[in-house]
Structures are given as C-alpha cells and as structure tokens.
Design a binder for this molecule. Sequence first.
Ligand code: HEM
Length: 585
Amino acid sequence: DDWPSVQYQALEQLLYEGRRPDGSSLSALVHPCRKRPTTLASVAAEWLRFAFHDMATHNVDDGTGGLDGSLVYELERPENFGLGFNQTSSDFELFPNKLISRADVMSIGAIQAVATCGGPIIPFRGGRIDVWEAGGQGSPEPQHDIETLTENFRKQGFTKEEMIKLVACGHTMGGVRSADFPQLVAPNPSSSVTVITDFDTTQNFDNKVVTEYLDGTTQNVLVVSDNKTMVSDLRVFESDGNATMRALSDAETFQNECRDILGRMLDVVPKGVTLTDEITLMHEKVPYSGLAVEKDKLVFKAGLRLTQKVNTTPSTSRVVTMFWCDKYGPNKDCKSSTKSSPSVKTLLESPDLSPVTLNLGYYFVSYSFVVPITASESISQFWFEVDEADGSSATAYNKNGTNYIVDQDQLFFTPMLSTADMISNASYTKVYTNREGEAFYRSLNLVVAVRDDLSPSRVYADGHDAAVPFFPYAISGTVDFTMNDSMTSVDGYKFYQGVFNTTGTQVTLDIHADASGKTVTQEFVATSPLDSTVYIAPADVSTDKKSSVKAQSTSGAVSMVLRGGWTVSTLCAVVAGMAFSLHSL
Ligand code: HEM
C-alpha cells in the first residue's frame, strides 16, 4: 500500500495544519512570527533554540543523545538556563501523542518557527523516540574557547564550517536576555521586564546577522561585548578567517544553507532510531472517517481535505460528492447502483494554518460528509468527486484509484455518547502523575458500539496520553469495557462502556474486540471533543447519480483502518474564528 500510514498522516496534520486532531493549534502560538505578550521575546527564536539544545547532547562517538526530548529534564542546568526554555516547554507539552513524540513536536515547532519568520522550508521526517530522563551534557556556552566549541560541535556531528553555519542560522532570530546573561546585557534598573538585545536588526529569519557582522555594524553582544570572555559568536565566525560568513552574505545562499544545516540538525537522533520518509503535503486527504451513532441513528462520517492555492478560492459552483457502496446484500460493492451524497459542510481554513503550508503557497478546503447507514447494508468503500460545474469533467479523489476501503464495521467509538469529567485531584493520589499539586484529572467515560453478530469475549482499549503537563511521563493503560444494557441498542449495535483516567489532555485509543480467535481493531481514535461534538444531520442520499469511477472488489483489498478523530466541530470552530488553544483553558 503506497498510501501513507496512520503515523504519517498524524505527523502531516501537525506539520501542515499546525494543530491536534481536536483543533488546538500549535502554529497559532508562533505564527505570524509572534512575540510573547509578557516578555516580548520572539517565540520562534525560543523554539529554534530549544531544538538545538535538545539535539546538542548528541555524542557521535557512542551514538547517544540527539533530538530525544531529554531537554525537558535538563532545564535546571546552567547551559539550559532561562525563561525561554520553560515557556517553550509548556508550549509543546500538549502536542505529543502515541504517534508523535515530544522530539517530533520540537522539530515541527522549529520548522514552523523558521517558516513563519521568513526562513526556508526545512524538510521534516518523523519517528524520533523520546527518552523520559535527562541525557548527557552538551550545549555550548559563551565563555567556551574556540577549541572547546569546535570539539563540542564535533561531538554533535558537525565540522567547523558547519558549526559556523549553525550558529549564524540560529542567531538570526532572537537575542540575549538581561535576566539570563546580565554580564552581557545590562538589566533595566527601573523595570522588572527583561531587556533583550537582538542578535541583528530584524526579527526575521534573514542574513542580517551575517551582513551586519561583516560590515561592522552588528549589535550581536556575543560579538561586540566588552566582556571578551563571552564573545563566542566572534570566536566562531572568525575561526576560518570569515570565509563561511562571506559565503553566507548572499541572501539566497544563506536561506539554502540554513535549510540544509538546520534540517541535518533536526535529524540528529540517537543510534538505533530510524526516521520516517520525508513528510510531504498531502493534496488529497481523508482526515477522519468512520461509523458513528448520533442521535440514535447509525451514520457514516468522513472528511475530505483538499489543497487550494493561496489567493484563489474554489469555484462557488463546485459540488463535492461522496460515493459509496454497500458491504452486504444484493447491492454489495455497488453491483447495481452507487450511493452518493454531496458534502454537508464546506470549510475554509483559518489564518492560523501552519506557516509551512502557507509558504508552500497553499491553504486547505475541507468537506464534511454525514450519511445515514443501515446495519444490514453497511458500507464497504467510498470515494469522492469534485465537479466544478463548468463543463469540465469531474475530478476523482479515490486514493490513487483504490478507493477508501472500510475494513470493518464491527466496532467503533461513539464520541457523542462519551463524556469527560474534570475531577478535582484533592484526594486523588499519584497514580497517573508524579507532579505535586496536580489540580485535576480527566475521567473519560468512553462508549463504543459493537455489532450484534460479533459477540465478543472481550472489548477493551489501549489508551495513551503523552500530552501531560510538565512531562512526568506518558500515561498508558488498558481499559476493559462492559456491555451497558441500559443503553438501547441502535440498528443492531450494542454499547459497551469503560473509564480511562488521565492527567493529560490528548488521549488516543486503540479499541479492540476479541471474538472467535480474532481481534477487531479501530486504531488511533481521538477522544475529544466527545459529547460537545457539533451535531450535523445526515444528508439525503441519492442512488442515481453516476460516478465516473468504478467500485473496487473489496475481497482481499488492502484496507484502511477506520480512524477516529471527529474533527468536524473543530473545523466549524476554526471557521467561526474561534481557533483555540488549550493553553487558554
Ligand atoms: C557556539 C555555540 C552557541 C552558543 C555559545 C550560544 C549561546 C547563546 C546565548 C548565550 C544565547 C542567549 C540566551 C538567553 O539570553 O537566554 C543564545 C540565544 C539563542 N541561540 Fe544560541 N548559542 C550557540 C549556538 C546556537 C545554535 C547552533 C542555534 C540554532 C541553530 C542557536 C539558537 C539560538 C537562538 C534562536 C537564540 C535566541 C533565543 C531567544 O531569543 O529566546 N544557538 N545562544
């Protein structure tokens, strides 16, 4: 199957949509090249520096360290001192999940930071693996002499020339703070707000740090400070007689060299970690699909996300239709007719979209489908067609000609019947967290639907939550579900209930049912927003509209695991201008 894996698609969403499945936006924290309202520090600079310091513990000699998330346990060290690190750590803590490590979040954060301030698009590969403890020492400090600095970067895997590039590409954003380095930047005696002296005259990711250094106008205190012990940038920049700096004084060369060297920096991982292929923008994506029970009706919900060139809009006469086939009965696999429905909602993107996508020249247009389904016919496969209604022929979006196959209809999560309770942690002991004084935990009352003919011996879910404040550790556990007879079954589906507790904010579930020696699974289901999911009534179904695409024979077909993540309400919220971040909750 050449279609991207579930992990690829999850990483693709955080990188290109800049948000979690529930809509909480990472990009919105940094884009457009934001300053923190409190400290006036550049968020982008903090994020880029964070990734560098996490990477800097790499040791090429024994393959240990690298981008592995260890930095969050190293913030007490002098080399990682400062408010910027703590704020960045809390920016990132809500975004990791089972398939996206903290180290992947840091990399994506660094890439978005560079992109939103006018820098290059750094290629991203995922699959970094987190450690859950501090690693070795690593990050360079301004009082180090050039031999120490050169050896430090050699250990990270970089030559002297690469060290110069890395420092120049890093020190084009942000600056030095009086609170962190009073010996370099004098505090303001009449204010408690930290003074920040920027490395160059712009907040942007540009080569001013280089050109101002070369023409002698630089304000970079790591070059011009009277405290000659602390001028590490000067020592680094002139260590090859300024040859590398002169090469970087060409604006385009600077952007290209920074893309390459920062890309290499982000891919420094401990020995034994294999990164994924490069995560590229998907121009056709089904962000969610699956059966659901809503208002006592069995429905099938799916989304279609398409890209649209910036400064253009889709034609107002465009009609997007989902086609599908029955799984059972006389019309199985569209033997005699195909069912179809136009989208029930069209959603244009908010401006908080990932700067990476915007820099590529795209934004997204998403279409939602909710259609009634009967258990006796069910659904075996679906695909989409976009008709611009301008006389041209319709375009099919059918997963490279294979159609989207619904691999099972036996078991699915029912978000709208599930609830989340916030429970005060006063009496709650540290089962799920080691953080003192944790104020609340979330108790998720989860409901799944099981088809009658399955008769499972066990229904259970593996829950996972890595989005835990302060990163004590990820929460994982297995919940057994029991049948709830008091919930009336819907069209031959019975409901099972189970409870998962977490102090985190982003539980995902792999739901399983064991029956006759087999296990049926619904993989990587998001558990937000549950009962606050916006209800959208199912659309009318036609059986006469012709599709230009043929149904596939589904026997033996490669299947797509039903995926959760009911993002419909989220997308509505974004469209209504209510893009939210969980930080404000
Ligand atoms: C010789 C090696 C390096 C030394 C000694 C060094 C030192 C420093 C110091 C002292 C600061 C000021 C921090 C503060 O005031 O809190 C700083 C800021 C920064 N560094 Fe480096 N750095 C080095 C290499 C790098 C590299 C390789 C990168 C990234 C590729 C990088 C990215 C940054 C960024 C973005 C900031 C600004 C942070 C902000 O404004 O919040 N640095 N660095």
